[in-house]
Design a protein around this ligand. Structure first.
Ligand code: C2E
Ligand code: CA
Ligand code: CA
Length: 768
């Protein structure tokens, strides 16, 4: 729309002024009989000229829309013809009128006006009506015929019929023009009822159709003032034609520049109105012309038709209410199918279809995959209700942070997404906003959650799956980078990530094929070098790669949840092995077996029961089992704390692994029933000497000393990890450590090798 938004109101005012002037002139002429009668003809061509100008402007303004453009164009041609015809009439009137008697319309003028009407009718007829299928078209044709006859009957009865049968002189031109206008009007009105809101405004079309009604006005004037379409109709009725035209221009203008109202179609009511309209002439006949027997017959026919209308109308109302219900129900179903029940966000299906539409429509999209870090922990430790509340709060946060361009989505579980279509917002900006929002605790439970976000952008034409895959890869990369971060997908990123993803699948297979083996690393008494315990360390006997270190697959197993099954296997196997060593070697067997437990296992509700089952099934007494936990695993949640106290109560000892590397190692010693601390290898490394930086050595020694003193005070056992040479062992001994573990003392080994070692040890003890 090139023009400014204002609808051309001045045309309406101009034509309205002309109408008023014409009416005033008529009143004066009628009362005082002054002035030539030809003045009555001036307003119509002038008004017509204004409407031509208005239509020209509208035509230019709607040139982008072919339907509206055609409608305006044809109407413009019609308005030109009518204006020329009326102008000729006015000129004719000025030249030939005698006293109060205007001359007849010339054939040429009548043809012009007739063409004008025909063009207007054509314009209205070409506006497309949308129908769904043959059945509806048939019904619509029936309805339109009913409506046509319904409109035509009263117009005929009150307008045309009296004119034709009148004794006064009517020119053929006037009569055919009125007939034509009448047809246009009826056809136009019935048509409007079937239009949905399209390129041509319904009000505009209605106004155009009403131009034809001026014909009925002319007829009424003629019967009332007793002339043959002279000054009264020329001055009073016909100027309304251009007024209706400029009003139509204004309506179309307003709707074309976006003030379109959504209006209901009135087609359903039309047949009833038509029947009611037909009753009007019937009543007139009943009242005016018939004797009483005939009146009774017609009267009862009218009453019956009114009752049928009422009956139909009630049924129609019921149907309408029913339809409304069905529609509401449908909308609800549609909403449910496209939205997530818990959070109310769009669901995966809607996410995909919106993205698909955008990509086929030539818009690019940016996808943010948002995955909550450790949501499962919240769910497992605090319960599903708390988890649900958290998800709802996250959804609310996403809704806020997604901004106007973004569609927030819940893909499933704790996975969310934000879809940015075409817009100007940069993915990184939104991602940062989300991470910022998550630095504050959310939900009524004041939980602190973090999220990893993967960002991928695709141009129009890309496939939905490829964008999602890229966003997924980026999200994985974000998780690998230590969570609470966003990563944008870059080409080449997929390979390591998919390798990682593949690892998950491989692990599952490996578990089924029993490719995992438990190795044992002896824990020795630093004073006597006797084996006092063994740490169970899992190994993966990969068919191609040989023995794979747990550092490579434990993280993947934790992420995929496979650690549960793997952990259960290691626990059972270690218990079974320890029980068997105890049976075989008695007091020469390792006093305990230490099993590593990851955070995810600890958060499992069944963990304590699993441990009890393993002990019962293997016949191992709880005192021979140690569970090694890391600080990060222990730190979270009351459920973990309960589990640890239960285990302690059952007689299982707990060891704090990698002691000293975390932030709250000390406070943990107070809150949890820890029996053993394992001094982390990093404090043992370089304990014996450090030529480069003696201060460093002193610091390590200080930690090692502090730990041993603390353990002494709390009556905890200590194990120094990662002893790689005799000097370190000596230093640790000097510091007061009684137990140690490390490559220097013994490598991790298979159960069979460990058995051999135990045999050798027993022999050594026996031989003194
Ligand atoms: P961790 O619990 O700290 O286990 C000690 C790791 O240090 C073992 O590595 C062991 O082989 C290694 N180590 C022992 N002595 C020395 C030494 O003198 N020098 C050096 N450089 N390293 C030494 P491994 O077996 O590769 O295990 C790595 C980690 O994998 C373990 O660290 C543990 O966190 C995890 N892990 C192993 N098995 C399991 C398991 O069954 N379940 C769970 N959840 N985690 C396990
Ligand atoms: Ca360990
Ligand atoms: Ca350790």
């Amino acid at each position: 729309m090139a023009e400014d938004g204002r609808a051309p109101l001045r045309y309406v005012w101009t034509v309205a002024g002309l109408v008023l002037a014409s009416w005033v002139w008529f009143a004066v002429w009628r009362t005082f009989g002054v002035g030539p009668v030809a003045f009555g003809y001036v307003a119509v061509p002038l008004g017509g000229a204004v409407s031509v100008v208005a239509l020209c402007r509208l035509w230019r303004a709607v040139r982008d829309d072919p339907h509206a453009r055609r409608f305006c164009g044809v109407l413009l041609i019609g308005a030109c013809f009518m204006t020329i015809g009326f102008l000729l009439m006015a000129v004719n009137a000025f030249r030939y009128s005698v006293g109060d008697d205007p001359p007849d319309m010339t054939i040429f003028a009548a043809v012009c006006v007739g063409l004008g009407f025909a063009a207007a009718m054509w314009a209205a007829a070409r506006v497309p009506v949308d129908t769904a299928g043959r059945a509806e078209r048939r019904r619509m044709n029936l309805d339109r015929t009913i409506a046509f006859l319904g409109c035509a009957t009263p117009l005929w009865h009150f307008g045309l019929a009296p004119m034709i049968t009148a004794t006064e002189r009517w020119s053929v031109q006037t009569l055919s023009l009125i007939g034509l206008a009448f047809l246009l009007s009826v056809a136009g009105m019935t048509k409007v009822a079937y239009l949905s809101d399209g390129p041509v405004d319904r009000t505009a079309l209605r106004l155009v159709a009403a131009i034809g009604l001026t014909a009925a006005g002319v007829a009424v004037c003629a019967t009332r003032y007793g002339d043959a379409g002279g000054p009264p109709s020329q001055a009073l009725v016909l100027p309304l034609g251009p007024l209706l035209l400029v009003l139509a221009v204004r309506a179309q203008w307003n709707s074309a520049i976006g003030h379109r109202r959504v209006s209901r179609r009135s087609s359903h009511l039309l047949p009833y109105l038509a029947v009611a309209a037909v009753d009007l002439p019937l009543i007139a006949v009943v009242v005016g012309e018939l004797r009483w027997p005939g009146r009774l017959t017609l009267g009862s026919a009218v009453v019956v038709s009114v009752l049928v209308i009422a009956r139909q109308f009630l049924a129609f109302r019921d149907n309408a209410a029913l339809l409304r219900d069905i529609r509401a129900h449908e909308e609800r179903l549609q909403h449910e199918a496209s939205h997530d029940g818990l959070t109310g966000l769009a669901n995966r299906a809607m996410f995909r279809s919106t993205m698909h539409d955008a990509l086929t429509r030539s818009d690019g999209v940016t996808v943010l995959l948002v995955d909550l870090d450790d949501f499962k922990t919240v769910n497992d430790s605090l319960g599903h209700d708390v988890g649900d509340h958290l998800l709802v709060s996250v959804a609310a946060m996403l809704r806020e942070q997604a901004g106007e361009d973004g569609l927030p989505v819940r893909i499933g579980g704790d996975e969310f997404a934000v879809l940015l279509v075409g817009g100007t917002t940069v993915g990184e900006t939104v991602a940062q906003r989300i991470l910022d929002a998550l630095t504050e605790p959310i939900s009524e439970h004041r939980l602190l959650v973090q999220a990893s976000i993967g960002i991928a952008t695709a141009e129009a034409g890309a496939s939905v799956d490829s964008v999602l895959r890229e966003a997924d890869v980026a999200m994985y990369a974000a998780k690998q980078r230590g969570k609470a971060a966003y990563v944008r997908y870059l080409p080449g990123m997929a390979q390591p990530v998919t390798a990682h993803m593949r690892l998950g699948g491989e692990l599952r297979r490996a578990l089924a094929r029993q490719e995992f083996e438990v190795f044992y690393q002896p824990i020795l008494d630093l004073g006597t070098n006797k084996i006092v315990g063994a740490e169970a360390l899992v190994r993966w006997n990969h068919p191609d790669r040989g023995l794979v270190s747990p550092c490579e697959f434990i993280p993947a197993a934790e992420r995929t949840g496979l650690i549960m099954e793997l952990g259960r296997y290691v626990l059972r196997e270690a218990c079974r092995q320890e029980a068997s060593w105890l049976a075989e070697f008695g007091s020469d067997a390792p006093g305990h077996v230490a099993v590593n437990v990851s955070a995810r296992q600890l958060h499992d509700f069944d963990f304590v029961a699993d441990v009890r089952d393993a002990l019962r099934d293997t016949g191992l007494t709880p005192g021979h089992l140690v569970l090694e936990l890391t600080e990060s695993a222990v730190l979270r949640g009351s459920q973990v704390s309960r589990a640890l106290h239960d285990l302690d109560g059952a007689g299982v000892r707990l060891a704090l692994d990698d002691f000293g590397t975390g932030e709250s190692s000390l406070s943990l010693l107070r809150t949890f029933p820890v029996a053993i601390v394992k001094l982390d290898k990093s404090f043992v490394d370089g304990l014996e000497f450090d030529e480069v930086d003696p201060a460093c050595r002193d610091a390590r020694q200080a930690v090692a000393r502090a730990v041993i003193q603390l353990a002494g005070a709390l009556r905890l056992e200590t194990v120094a990890e990662g002893i790689e040479n005799e000097a370190q062992a000596r230093e640790l001994r000097a510091l007061g450590y009684s137990y140690g573990q490390g490559y220097h003392l013994a490598m991790p080994m298979s159960a069979a090798s460990m058995t051999e070692l135990l045999v050798a040890q027993r022999r050594a003890v026996a031989t003194g």
